[in-house]
Design a binder for this molecule. Structure first.
Ligand code: FAD
Length: 411
């Protein structure tokens, strides 16, 4: 468990350092890991240090709502939140730098561009490696660095879905499941087939969750093919809206004029692999950690990792990333306060109980929640209070130190 704030040694009472005299705690990646780090870091990081977040996107991506935004138009701007306000209330506490980190040395993170006050590299005393994972578009818009480009990509997908008559979704993870239902809810005239390679949806969760999902998909008229794989042509599918027959490994055929991939994730660990090859799991490419969430390489006790890129048994969710990052920054504060601290005096990671809520259209959902040591599978009635057209995107604006409104949504 992460220690409570009270357990963290008090912030240094040394004379206040000016921002560029301060030592840097650098986070690579400006998503869930960074948000958790900054919310805790702003409170507990001593005044001798500042937080520098390096992120290639100009805006925070609220991915949780992407499956719906691929289908329903007109609110995409709410899902990309500017980083400009994050440290507006406390500029001495940190900065978000928009750049691609291109290399990590023992002392610096190198950037793909010049940044005022830094040049093309950022020195670090501590580093949190939070580069996450790539998923196929449009579930994740990794390669779209500006708000306009990311919104355009969502709009393109909306147009494709609108134009199609029979949609094949490949991959029945959370993204594929939600997208299938969104399409059927908004375009009941379109046929939607979901092909999933396993016999069970959401394998990390209880069987009851799977059963509720199957029932919900049936209600929405999604055709489900399980325990089978669609054969993807070399070079991928061509988006030309021609009606084609896609074969499956088990010999079925799906007629469709649009194919959407919602398969697997690829950890973005290459950057760290160059500095510390031994900390990379050769099979999964995830970053191996110690229980303290320092990377599993004794040469770098000052490098931590968390989130989708980390080799941890937690299910890969924003919630899990959040908890892990919180532990990283708390341990870093302990190390700053006492550089000779022993590993046994640092907090250690406890995997998070697998909990998730799937949004099935505007007024339905299925969730696995932990209540009083028990896992509860629950649907629509108890989840009502969580339903909103934008999947609670407003909270991302609060995390980023601002509020969402008609005036701010286009920032
Ligand atoms: C469509 C979708 C819906 C989801 N819905 C939910 C949900 O409802 N609830 C939930 O808990 N989880 C959900 N998840 C999972 C959740 O989004 C992830 O677990 C979470 O985002 C992981 O956070 P992260 O910070 O580890 O990495 P990521 O979110 O993957 O972010 C990594 C960041 O690092 C940046 N980056 C990478 N390399 C570099 C570099 N070299 N230089 C600069 N920047 C770099 C990327 O641009 C990116 O912004 C969903 C995921 C998807 C794809």
């Amino acid at each position: 468990m992460a220690p409570s704030v009270a357990e963290i040694p008090a912030a240094s009472t040394a004379q206040e350092a000016s921002p560029n005299q301060k030592k840097n705690v650098v986070v690579i990646g400006g998503s869930c890991v960074a948000v958790s780090t900054l919310l805790t870091g702003k409170k507990i990081l001593p005044s001798t240090h500042r937080l520098i977040i390096i992120e290639k996107h100009s805006h925070f991506h609220y991915m949780f709502a992407f499956p719906r935004a691929c289908v329903i138009q007109g609110w995409e701007n709410e899902l990309f939140v500017p980083y400009t306000k994050v440290f507006e209330d406390a500029p001495d506490k940190g900065q978000v730098i928009q750049a691609l980190a291109t290399n990590i040395t023992k002392t610096h993170v190198e950037l793909d561009r010049e940044i005022e006050g830094f040049g093309n590299k950022v020195e670090y005393e501590y580093l949190i490696y939070g580069t996450g994972a790539r998923h196929p578009e449009p579930g994740n818009l990794n390669d779209h660095d500006t708000k306009a480009a990311a919104i355009n990509r969502l709009k393109e997908t909306q147009e494709k879905i609108k134009k199609s008559t029979k949609v094949l979704i490949i991959g029945g993870g959370a993204v594929g499941l939600e997208l299938a239902v969104e399409i059927r809810e908004h375009f009941p005239e379109k046929e939607v087939t979901l092909v999933h390679s396993r016999e069970q949806y959401m394998l990390s969760y209880k069987m009851g969750m799977h059963k509720e999902i199957v029932k919900t998909l049936k209600k929405f008229g999604v055709r489900q093919i399980m325990g089978d794989r669609a054969i993807i042509p070399e070079g991928g599918f061509v988006d030309d809206f021609k009606m084609i027959k896609v074969a499956t490994k088990n010999g079925q055929e799906v007629e469709c004029d649009l194919q959407i991939l919602c398969t697997g994730m690829t950890p973005q660990s290459d950057l760290l692999a160059k500095l510390s090859p031994s900390s990379i799991n050769p099979t999964s490419r995830l970053v191996k950690t110690k229980p303290t969430l320092q990377i599993a390489d004794d040469a770098f006790p000052n490098i931590y990792t968390a989130g989708d890129v980390a080799d941890l048994e937690d299910v890969k969710t924003g919630g899990a990333a959040w908890g892990q990052a919180d532990l990283c920054i708390r341990n870093i504060c302990k190390m700053i306060a006492n550089p000779k601290i022993q590993a046994k005096d640092l907090g250690t990671h406890t995997p998070m109980a697998p909990q998730i809520m799937l949004y099935f259209g505007l007024a339905k959902g299925v969730a696995q929640l932990k209540m009083f040591r028990l896992f509860v599978i629950t649907a629509d009635f108890f989840l009502k209070r969580f339903f909103s057209y934008n999947i609670s995107a407003g909270r991302a604006w609060t995390w980023m130190g601002t509020t969402m409104s008609k005036e701010t949504a286009d920032l």
